[in-house]
Design a protein around this ligand. Structure first.
Ligand code: ATP
Length: 281
């Protein structure tokens, strides 16, 4: 049996630059992992099946699961003839803008690499994983990174300064596709390169000042409660607050644990799904 941890990510920036000829948006974003994890285990099988097990009724156990697709791709690419049982202990909220499915897929690329002792470098796994989804290469590495292209080109960065994150997910489902299709890219000044500089310098105040997500204004137009939540986070004492990915999860960043506790308690009153966790990076 082999175990992998799959952490959620938040976007510190998400710049949408232009729409490409292939239909994807050219983006530039700084992402970082947070201490909210799915736990996956991997066990070789004697037959050829890929079996996904999970206690969470909202996680698909068929081909629709990104972990299934990752296992299938690994087996094809590296001529593995026996199957695998993957157990997913789900903790990352689903369809939340926290890349939970991508994190599970990334853990599967690493997990299959480990149980079949393939010895493949992370760079090669990341490149292969881009065939499945734009956020997966970042999740293969974890940590903190600048992601460009459609999100699959990764430049790894040092960890951000220590800090706390309060995550809150309103009870709504947001379709990433719908948000991107309503977006006018290139409208706002990009912030990712400056954010990269702030991370390298370990400058907490600049990181807070530079938080930026082009998708936030689009999601907020459809779901005003997301904006309210961002304001609530700030009003209750977070140094900075923003929506992650295409939403609807909102995060607040706090330097001190006591401050994060305060924000957590304030938000808990108005939102049922709230987490107080550490930035990992
Ligand atoms: P992103 O931030 O990359 O847009 P997300 O956090 O918004 O991702 P996910 O949690 O990855 O969204 O799930 C989106 C959909 O993908 C779910 O509705 C679910 O049906 C499907 N899915 C596929 N594989 C998984 C998985 N391993 N865990 C959760 N959902 C999965």
């Amino acid at each position: 049996m082999h175990y992998e941890t799959a952490p959620a990510k938040i976007n510190l920036t998400l710049d949408t630059l232009f729409k490409r000829n292939d239909g994807y948006h050219e983006v530039s974003m700084v992402m970082t992992t947070v201490d909210l994890n799915d736990h996956l285990s991997f066990e070789k099988r004697t037959d050829k099946k890929i079996v996904i097990e999970t206690d969470n009724q909202f996680v698909p156990t068929n081909r629709r699961n990104l972990a299934y697709q990752a296992a299938e791709l690994m087996m094809k690419r590296y001529n593995i003839s026996t199957g695998v049982t993957i157990h997913i202990d789900k903790h990352i909220p689903i369809a939340a803008g926290l890349a939970g499915g991508s994190a599970d897929a990334a853990a599967t690329f690493r997990g299959i690499n480990a149980i079949y002792e393939l010895g493949i470098e992370l760079d090669e796994l990341a490149e292969l994983s881009a065939e499945l989804g734009s956020d997966i290469p970042f999740c293969v590495y974890g940590g903190t990174a600048l992601a460009t292209g459609r999100g699959e080109m990764i430049e790894r960065l040092p960890s951000p300064p220590h800090g706390w994150v309060v995550l809150a997910k309103p009870k709504i489902s947001v379709s990433t596709k719908t948000i991107y299709s309503a977006l006018k890219p290139g409208k706002n000044k990009p912030a990712s390169n400056e954010m990269k500089r702030a991370i390298i310098d370990g400058n907490y105040d600049s990181i807070i000042r530079l938080l930026k997500n082009d998708l936030e204004e689009v999601t907020v137009k459809k779901y005003p409660e997301v904006k309210k939540l961002v304001e609530n986070m700030r009003d209750s004492g977070a140094d900075g607050a923003m929506m992650s990915g295409s939403g609807p999860t909102v995060f607040g960043i706090c330097k001190k644990e006591r401050q994060a506790n305060h924000v957590y308690n304030a938000i808990k009153g108005c939102c049922s799904e709230v987490y107080r966790i550490r930035l990992l990076g």
